[in-house]
Structure formats: structure tokens, C-alpha cells
Design a protein around this ligand. Structure first.
Ligand code: ZN
Length: 253
């Protein structure tokens, strides 16, 4: 199984590379991202905002008018906070420059605006489970009015899927969970996608043994499940409400 995984990893890595080039090529110069906004977004999240600006009309958060996807109107993106809810909003640059309340966002993200929080669990059937989410869950409102997590981009988490009714969790081709000193590192192709600092140090002996014996880990990336204080109920509801994407990652012992 481990060999099969590394064989398929190569062609996949190549196609993913092309895919990413294709996605970033038409990157719009019409989207202004100010330094305070850039400071709390990961590069892939900023890239997705550029894609969203060019994909569908967006409404200006200030004047309410629509900005067509093919319009050359200079557009800005700002981050607003409402309680512990963080939203990215578009606006005409003339209505509002790109801004964010960096100090409040840093407090909200416990000093790590780009960081994640993770939890480890042992499932009776699935074995070792690794769950994580962005500390700062930046939401963006789609055309249907629903808010989506910017971090949970299905393109970015290629191969991950939301909960399936009657099927087992699928194997993540091209993804690999690796040991790196006391950290666990999730890679796609050769690229480090996420790092779980001290995950091996923190794990129970049973979790670690289960990971080493099975050679696989159920990985679940979620949004708004409250992993700072993980409760089975909030994790379950994130999975039920499709605020979580999952898959089975191979572990390189
Ligand atoms: Zn406007």
C-alpha cells in the first residue's frame, strides 16, 4: 500500500502543479489587498480571494452595488470582525480601501493569525484521527448568501471530501503524513501543506502506536468546530453540517 501510494504521488504532483499554475495565471490585478489584510491571510487564501473576484459578481460592502466579475473597477477586500466571526468583504476601492483591524484579529487568533489548532483522537474503527482548523476562520459570502470558510477551499484540499452517508472514508492519493522530529507534517506531492507542531510529543502512546501499526491516519480539516476546547458534539455537528473535509492519509513511518 505504501509503495502504491508513492507511485501515484508522482504524476499527481505534476498535475497538481499545473492546476495551481492555471488557477493563479489569471490572477486579477484589480483586487487590492492591504498589508493588514495580507498579514492574516495565508497565500492560498489570498489567491482564492483573487479567484473569487474574477469568478462571480461581488457586492460592495459599502454602497451595496454589484461589481461585475469582468469589471475593471478597482476593488478592495477588507476583513471585518463581528464577535468571534471574521468575514472577508469586497468593496469598490473608492468606497473603502483594503483594511483590517490587525490588533483585534491577533488577539482573536491568540497571537497566531496564520496558525491552526489541532486535536488528536482514537476512533474504535478508524484508528488515529487528527482534526484541525484555522485559529482565524475567515468566512466569505457566496452568491447564494451562504458563508464559506476561506481555508476550507475544496480545490486546495483536493481529494478530501465531506461526510459520506454509506461509504468509508476515501484514501487521499498524493497526500502523505510524515514524522518530522516531534512534529507531524502533512504533504501533498513534495509540498508541506500543514504542520502539527509537537503532535508526536503530545500524542498518547495508544495514538502513536495505532498510527505506526495501521500506517494511516484519518485527517479532518474543519471550520468553527471550536477545537480550542474540543467537544465531541461540536466536532460531530461540524462534520454533519459539512463544515469539515476528511480523508485517509498514508503515514510514512
Ligand atoms: Zn461601493
Amino acid at each position: 500500500m505504501r509503495n502504491a501510494g508513492s507511485i501515484i504521488a508522482r504524476p499527481l504532483a505534476a498535475s497538481l502543479h499545473n492546476h495551481r499554475v492555471a488557477r493563479s495565471a489569471p490572477r486579477s490585478q484589480r483586487l487590492e489587498v492591504g498589508p493588514d489584510v495580507a498579514a492574516v491571510l495565508r497565500p492560498e487564501e489570498a489567491a482564492r480571494l483573487h479567484v473569487l473576484r474574477g469568478l462571480d459578481p461581488v457586492s460592495c460592502a459599502i454602497c451595496g452595488e454589484w461589481i461585475a466579475q469582468d469589471s475593471s473597477d478597482p476593488t478592495s477586500v477588507s476583513i471585518s470582525i463581528d464577535g468571534d466571526h471574521v468575514t472577508a468583504e469586497f468593496a469598490h476601492s473608492r468606497c473603502s480601501p483594503s483594511r483590517a483591524d490587525l490588533a483585534s484579529l491577533v488577539v482573536l487568533a491568540q497571537s497566531e493569525p496564520l496558525g491552526i489548532v489541532y486535536a488528536q483522537a482514537l476512533h474504535p474503527d478508524a484508528g488515529p484521527v487528527l482534526l484541525w482548523e484555522r485559529k482565524l476562520d475567515v468566512r466569505v459570502r457566496g452568491l447564494d448568501g451562504n458563508e464559506e470558510s476561506l481555508y476550507l477551499d475544496a480545490d486546495w484540499w483536493e481529494g478530501f471530501h465531506s461526510a459520506l452517508a454509506d461509504e468509508p472514508v476515501r484514501l487521499l492519493a498524493g497526500w502523505l503524513l510524515e514524522r518530522n522530529s516531534e512534529d507531524l507534517v502533512l504533504r501533498r506531492g513534495g509540498e508541506e501543506i500543514e504542520r502539527f507542531h509537537g503532535a508526536l510529543e503530545r500524542s498518547t502512546r495508544e495514538w502513536r502506536r495505532s498510527l505506526e501499526e495501521s500506517g494511516f491516519c484519518l485527517v479532518i480539516v474543519s471550520a468553527g468546530a471550536g477545537l480550542e476546547r474540543p467537544a465531541a458534539e461540536s466536532v460531530q455537528s461540524a462534520i454533519r453540517e459539512h463544515r469539515a473535509l476528511m480523508g485517509l492519509a498514508e503515514f510514512d513511518v
